[in-house]
Write a protein that binds this ligand. Structure first.
Ligand code: PEP
Ligand code: MG
Length: 749
């Protein structure tokens, strides 16, 4: 029987149940059997069980009321297997009147569950991580009522606390070290405590001592948040003279919609109701935001989906307002572990002092990896299952040289890694002398080594590495760091600082390359199946020229009397290059003083340009090859998808052929390579072998590259490379034989 629900109040039995569960948790060190008994009794269900996630993505029956006792510890399902496994994998509740006829149903004889028709499976999650699954079953077919689902969800939150506490106890009792293999994204080693970047930063307490006082707290926080939001919007609304009319209207619309969601009664009312039901304000925000997100996720309408991001952001804001205090400190040198991370977020964490990053879903040429590289943060990607296995604060060794992550390392392992770190810093001292010398092969061929940077703070690296200039200044990075595109005076100041720091060395400014995975917070996201091939980068610049014009004006003003080099990203046609160049020339024409010398070039990262090379070189002053995007589009392989990004190789005969053709088509005009390939030893040797004499890379690679080139006999390598290319015979990659030669020469390990 379902008790009647008073609007705005959690049903009394639910509150009673929560109070009893809390008492049980406080009193017992092994509370699960008692918990399932209480829940089954209160919900009037014949069965209540808890499955707990074990290492290896196994869900193990840990306690049951109603199924056979001997199944406890024996019945196991993989994540994704059966009703329980699906709830764990999707994070969604499955409420089934006829569970046994569900296509995913898996029968386990030892449980004796053949008799039960209906089943509800509720994932037990904490901060975006699945810890287990709570189930109830009944003999008669029935769908569990909404208020029962709600009670079970609240119980699941409580259960998450209990499971985490149990894990912590296991750990304290000396849990075993675990090793994960991973893809090194930014080479380096770091040792430190774990900080987790999870979807929700968790509520500390779930149940409020005094629901009335809690409601007052929530109301006050909501009012403060609203006031701060109004101020923020008033500050950020474009005033219309810099931005074009349509653009100002579009941003006004977005911000107004956001404000509407914030003040919209329904969202806040549901949180208030959850607080009345006994949750703390923080737990209520998390719960309601989670429900809304789940609901919105199933909506295809792009406008409504846009609101999803708003709600996410609002939930964060409200939680931060409730918290009131400064953001929690990160232990120095901590290692951040995330499922995904955006470039702006990564900048934010770096400023907080982390010493390394692990991103479950990241690949070498994704933008998170690029930012990490420019920050010199050792980074591992494509690590599976680590978020499920690790606790905040545990010690971890991040080895982004050999590609492994060692959780809870033995003391002897830590000591060995500390020795490696000491040797590494000694090598850096040895490299220091190389800063004064230019890049040069052992047989005397000069290779100009330039920097890929994006933050003015990285400019000090010019001196530290002795790089010859900046081969790629990613102008979108400072905008991502500040959370929006700066106005004209601020942009002018940023670019002027860059030119000041370069002190006459060349700087190739690339215009804004936003979109794809480089999204500004709050920027409208078009609903696109393939954002990397969508409305991004120069396409936005040409369609909304006011932003590009403002940037070009800032660059021209910053240069005032000095040399200026500008290049455009994602150019696909000569016509696009011409249109962008015309905007720049118009700004130069109205500037006084204009740049001393102006060079206008393009990135080559869209394959279509490969068939327009003579025309392109006739008009562009220089070309910079962006191998990250070029490879992605040539091979139709998402650079951000770990599963495919490593599948195709720059070191394959067709890619080497076309790179050589670009160089030849340039007829002596400057052609450099600024993609990540330029920084990798075998790729760099091969590029130099093809005839490239300008490579641009993150600062962390320059000294090592000088050292490598200094030992490299280019004259000896050229015929070897030519022979390997001739004999390649359809091989997917020449990496193996090129690597063998380089090892033989003592160039690489
Ligand atoms: C590239 O695509 O290779 C490149 C250098 O640009 P980004 O990585 O910023 O897209
Ligand atoms: Mg690119």
């Amino acid at each position: 029987m379902t008790p009647p629900v008073v609007p705005g109040q959690a049903p009394l039995p639910a509150r009673r149940l929560l109070a009893r569960l809390r008492a049980t948790l406080a009193a017992s060190t092994a509370p699960l059997p008692e918990l399932v008994r209480l829940i089954a009794a209160e919900l009037v269900s014949e069965v209540c069980s808890v499955y707990v996630l074990r290492p290896g993505d196994i869900l193990e029956l840990a306690a049951t009321q109603g199924l056979r006792a001997e199944a406890v510890g024996r019945t196991r399902l993989r994540v994704g297997e059966g009703i329980v496994g699906i709830a764990a994998a999707t994070g969604e509740v499955l409420n089934l009147a006829d569970a046994q006829n569900h296509p995913a149903y898996v029968f386990r004889a030892e449980t004796g569950e053949a008799a039960y028709a209906s089943m509800i499976a509720v994932p037990v999650r904490r901060a975006g991580r699945t810890l287990g699954v709570l189930t109830a079953q009944n003999l008669t077919p029935r769908r569990y009522a909404d208020d029962e689902v709600e009670v079970l969800e609240t119980v699941a939150m409580l259960l998450a606390e209990a499971l985490l506490a149990a894990r912590a106890a296991d750990f304290a009792a000396g849990a075993m070290s675990r090793v994960f293999t991973a893809t090194p994204l930014v080479a380096g080693i770091a040792i430190g405590p774990v900080v987790l970047l999870t979807a929700r930063h968790s509520a500390v307490r779930l149940l409020a001592e005094d629901p009335d006082a809690e409601r007052v707290r929530l109301d006050a926080a909501a009012r403060t948040m609203q006031r701060e939001l109004d101020e923020l919007i008033a500050e950020r609304l474009p005033d219309g003279h810099e931005a074009g009319g349509a653009e100002a209207a579009a941003s006004r619309e977005v911000l107004e919609a956001y404000r509407l969601v914030a003040s919209e009664g329904g969202w806040l009312k549901r949180i208030t109701e959850a607080v009345r039901g006994g949750l703390t304000a923080e737990a209520a925000v998390q719960r309601v935001a989670g429900e809304l997100r789940e609901r919105m996720r199933r909506i295809a309408d792009p406008y409504l989906r846009e609101r999803l991001a708003d709600i996410d952001d609002l939930a964060f804001r409200l939680l931060a307002t409730l918290d009131g205090g400064p953001r929690p400190q990160v232990p120095p040198g901590a290692i951040l572990i995330a499922r995904r991370i955006g470039p702006a977020q990564l900048l934010d964490w770096q400023a907080r002092g982390i010493g390394g990053v692990v991103v479950e879903e990241a690949s070498p040429s994704g933008h998170a990896a690029i930012i990490a590289r420019s920050l010199g943060l050792p980074t591992l990607g494509a690590v599976h299952g680590v978020l499920e296995a690790v606790e905040e604060g545990e010690e971890i060794v991040l080895d982004a040289v050999d590609g492994q992550l060692i959780l809870r390392p033995e003391m002897s392992v830590v000591l060995a890694y500390q020795r490696v770190l000491e040797a590494e810093s000694a090598r850096r001292v040895e490299w220091r002398g190389l800063a004064e010398r230019p890049g040069r092969t052992a047989d005397g061929v000069r290779v100009s080594l330039m920097l890929n940077v994006g933050l003015p703070s990285e400019l000090a690296q010019l001196e530290a590495t002795g790089a010859e200039g900046i081969g790629l200044f990613r102008t979108e990075i400072p905008m991502l760091a500040r959370g929006g595109v700066a106005d004209l005076p601020e942009q002018t100041a940023i670019y002027a600082r860059v030119l000041d720091a370069a002190g006459g060395r060349p700087v190739l400014f690339r215009t804004l390359d936003l979109g794809g995975d480089k999204l500004l917070p709050g920027a409208p996201r078009p609903e696109e199946e393939n954002p990397a091939m969508g409305w991004r980068s120069l396409r936005i610049g040409l369609d909304r020229p006011s932003v590009l014009r403002r940037q070009l004006r800032a660059l021209v003003r910053a240069a005032g009397g000095r040399d200026l080099s500008v290049m455009f990203p994602m150019v696909a046609t000569i016509a696009e290059f011409r249109a962008a160049r015309a905007l720049l020339l118009a700004e130069v024409a109205r500037a006084d003083p204009g740049p001393a010398r102006l060079a206008i070039g393009t990135m080559l990262e869209v394959p279509a340009l490969l068939w327009q090379l003579p025309g392109l070189f006739a008009e562009a002053d220089f070309v910079s090859i962006g191998t990250n995007d070029l490879m992605q589009f040539l091979f139709a392989a998402d650079r951000g998808a770990p599963g495919v990004s490593g599948r195709y190789d720059v070191l394959s005969a067709p890619v080497l052929d076309l790179l050589e053709q670009v160089l030849a088509a340039g007829l002596g005009k400057p052609v450099s390579v600024c993609g990540e390939a330029a920084a990798r030893p075998l790729e760099a040797l091969t590029l130099v072998g093809l005839g490239f004499t300008s490579l641009s890379m993150p600062a962390s690679g320059v000294l090592a590259m000088k050292a490598l080139l200094g030992r490299f006999d280019l004259g000896a390598f050229r015929p070897v490379l030519a022979a390997l290319r001739r004999r390649s015979d359809g091989a997917a990659s020449l990496r193996e034989p090129i690597g063998a030669w380089a090892r033989e020469q003592g160039l690489v390990d």
